[in-house]
Design a binder for this molecule. Structure first.
Ligand code: SF4
Length: 698
């Protein structure tokens, strides 16, 4: 269906959260014919997704049949009424807090869902960010008072040494193998730390293949050498840092040889890395949003790493690590600050108080336990915008828990392993079919505000996530709080805090506005373009960079970034390692997929057809496994089958599994019991497993 008004010439892709801009080409009937944007395989399915035969197009209700259950089409009116009545029933019986609201993808409607949660009276708003970027974010805000601009999108021409830690833009960030962060440059030293010799590592001047989960020890070992050799910035340390003396005492034990033993990295390479990072500045740390924090000690590991910038004075200088500022954000509509004091505590408040202090969410890794009545609040009903249990550690447990809910409604494009447990399934509009005001300063590190109009009418009866929440809010007798169902009015309200000229521009310039241009500089720095802390200080507990954190200590944690072995490893659990001797790391990105999405599209499956586990030839040979054979991977949690990719790019003794495959879900094997004590994050990237040839391959 063509749109009634003049059609926009641009849109943004939402196959991942980078929101890349695309030119829209229409045919003579004003139908979208072609989208032209970055050369990214994931983006090529945007139009195909519109009318994919399996797409959900109408609201569905689960009904009982003689042989089990099936879904039947119902009207929007009925679906909204059933959902509103069911949520109200649970609220009256058990309290509003016993209803959880969850958002996976999309991220665009999160502020609407958060608003809905709080107006409903529940504190239990959760998102997939509860195991994604928020551990790094909190670690950085607690340590520096700012969110560190370290992710793989940033490349500064001034940088002379780049320390890239477990991230591979070649598979995750456009323009992939042409990404500026991995471009060799005259005079630039590139160090890569990763248990996999990725395409990024192949381009490094120095590659440190690290045992998964030991990043904290390596960072402390580099600190040891920086201080020992006087490769530190004394002026910055003395004026702007807190707890340096205690930290120096602690790192004395992290000698190159001890760190080499822990991390399985040659001691001389640790020395070279420290020397280059400490003496060839400006130096920049480059990390992903979460690969360093998916460990049982990920939060403190990440703190040890980011403190390298403070030790060497590479803080908020051109070519070093800069900070995010959010002064040009649209008006918040989440009502968190207005309501949270009146609401009961969130799930996780007693276990992860620091994480909850910084993140306006409940910790979703406790969802299973909360449904089972093992947390402070028992969750009895849930409303979810995109949820898939295969993204949870020990995923079968969450799937089992979802069956126990009194009521479960979810919104999605397609059925997935979660929708089979839902009482009501709502059909979601795609990014091409929905308008949105998109702010990107938090998630994808580019710093843009974009206003995207729909370029095509929704297929079937699909609605945007935000519109569904407005409609449900009206159904729950709160029309005035939900703009009487008028999505455009909600966007206009969010735009109130944008500079009027900026908002005018946004409405006419659909490629968005780059806020790391002059707008941000003028608004946030008052003309000062580096070392903003000289004017603003560091908004931490001590007012300085926290090498030793009293805030952590007061909450019962270590104040220093103490290194602990992963909870499950050959060192910490040798008994388990006898049966499961290989270190399992998972979640590296495939260029074809984002998490569990996009598997329905043949052109992407042709690119990456099967669930793969990467293992070193030595580990394969001793198990008589050949490249391409099907193998059984087992852990204390279960067993699955994948295809072996035998490759010497993998560190011997460790294996890496790609995630998100419904038929070979690696998270059936990951651990949901041992969570990081500060963030509540699971160890997606360090546990134990065994691999044998599958029976079908013998
Ligand atoms: S990187 Fe690819 S999938 Fe992600 S938004 Fe850009 S074009 Fe789309």
């Amino acid at each position: 269906m063509p749109l009634a008004t003049a059609a926009p010439s641009k849109t943004t892709c939402y196959q991942c959260e980078l929101d890349c801009t695309f030119d829209v080409h229409y045919d003579s009937n004003n139908q979208v014919k072609k989208l032209i944007g970055p050369d990214c395989p994931r983006s090529q399915i945007q139009l195909e997704m519109q009318n994919h035969p399996e797409r959900l197009l109408y609201p569905l209700q689960k009904v009982k049949t003689a042989s089990g259950t099936r879904y039947q089409r119902i009207s929007w009116d009925k679906a909204l009424s059933i959902t509103a009545d069911a949520l109200n029933t649970v609220k009256q019986k058990s309290g509003a807090e016993s209803v959880a609201f969850f958002s996976g993808y999309t991220k665009e409607a999160r502020s609407y869902l958060q608003r809905f949660t709080h107006l409903f009276g529940s504190p239990n708003y959760m998102t997939e960010s509860g195991c994604c970027f928020t551990s790094a974010q909190v670690s950085e805000e607690l340590t520096y008072g700012y969110h560190f601009k370290h992710a793989s999108l940033m490349a500064a021409p001034e940088t002379r040494c780049r320390l890239i830690w477990s991230t591979n833009p070649v598979h995750s960030v456009v323009p992939f193998d042409k990404h500026p962060i991995i471009e060799p440059k005259e005079g630039l030293k590139m160090i890569v730390v990763d248990p996999r010799r990725t395409e990024t590592a192949e381009r490094a001047d120095l590659y440190l293949p690290i045992r998964p989960g030991t990043d904290g020890a390596l960072a402390l070992g580099i600190h040891h050498l920086l201080f020992e050799n006087n490769w530190v910035d004394h002026t910055f340390l003395e004026r702007w840092c807190h707890g340096v003396e205690a930290f120096k005492q602690y790192i004395k034990a992290f000698t190159p040889q001890r760190v080499a033993d822990i991390c399985q990295v040659p001691a001389e390479d640790i020395y070279t890395a420290a020397k280059w990072y400490g003496t060839s500045g400006p130096a920049q740390l480059v990390m992903s949003a979460c690969s360093t924090t998916h460990h049982t000690n990920g939060f403190q590991n990440h703190r040890a790493m980011i403190l390298l910038a403070a030790a060497t004075g590479n803080v908020d200088i051109p070519g070093g690590n800069r900070f995010f500022f959010r002064n040009a954000s649209p008006k918040s509509i989440d009502l968190y600050k207005e309501t949270i004091a009146q609401l009961p505590p969130r799930i996780g408040h007693d276990k992860f108080p620091i994480w909850l202090k910084y993140v306006q969410e409940a910790q979703p890794m406790l969802l299973k336990r909360a449904i089972e009545g093992k947390e402070s609040t028992q969750i009895r009903a849930m409303f979810a915008l995109g949820i898939n249990p295969i993204m949870w550690p020990n995923s079968n447990h969450l799937a089992d828990a979802l069956k126990k809910l009194d009521f479960f409604a979810c919104v999605d494009f397609f059925h997935n392993p979660a929708t089979q447990f839902a009482d009501i399934v709502f059909p979601a509009a795609t990014s091409l079919e929905r308008e949105a005001l998109i702010t990107s300063t938090r998630c994808h590190y580019r710093g843009t505000v974009q206003y995207r109009r729909a370029i095509t009418a929704p297929e079937g009866e699909a609605r945007s996530d935000a519109q569904i929440l407005l409609d449900l809010g009206c159904r729950l007798d709160m029309p005035e709080k939900f703009w009487h169902g008028d999505l455009q009015a909600s966007i206009q309200e969010q735009a109130e805090t944008l500079h009027p000229e900026l908002w005018q521009d946004l409405q006419h310039k659909s490629e968005g506005i780059d806020l790391f241009g002059s707008v941000v500089m003028d608004e946030t720095l008052n003309g000062q373009t580096e070392k903003v802390y000289e004017k603003k200080g560091f908004s931490t507990f001590s007012g300085k960079v926290e090498f030793d954190s009293d805030e952590l200590r007061n909450a019962g944690y270590d104040g220093l970034p103490i290194y602990h072995e992963p909870a499950e490893s050959p060192v910490s659990t040798p008994d388990i390692a006898k049966k499961y001797p290989l270190v399992l790391t998972s979640g590296g990105r495939s260029i074809a997929y984002v998490h569990s999405q996009q598997r329905k599209f043949k052109r992407l499956r042709d690119l990456d057809p099967s669930p793969r586990i990467q293992m070193h030839p030595k580990d394969a040979e001793s198990r008589r496994i050949k490249n391409g054979q099907t193998v059984t991977i087992s852990s204390p949690r279960g067993a699955i089958e994948m295809v072996a990719e035998v490759t010497d790019t993998m560190l011997s003794g460790a294996v890496h599994a790609y995630h998100g495959w419904g038929n070979a879900n690696i998270n059936e094997l990951t651990d949901d019991q041992h969570l990081d004590p500060i963030s509540g994050f699971p160890a997606f990237k360090s546990s134990l497993c065994q691999i044998i040839l599958a029976e079908s391959s013998i």
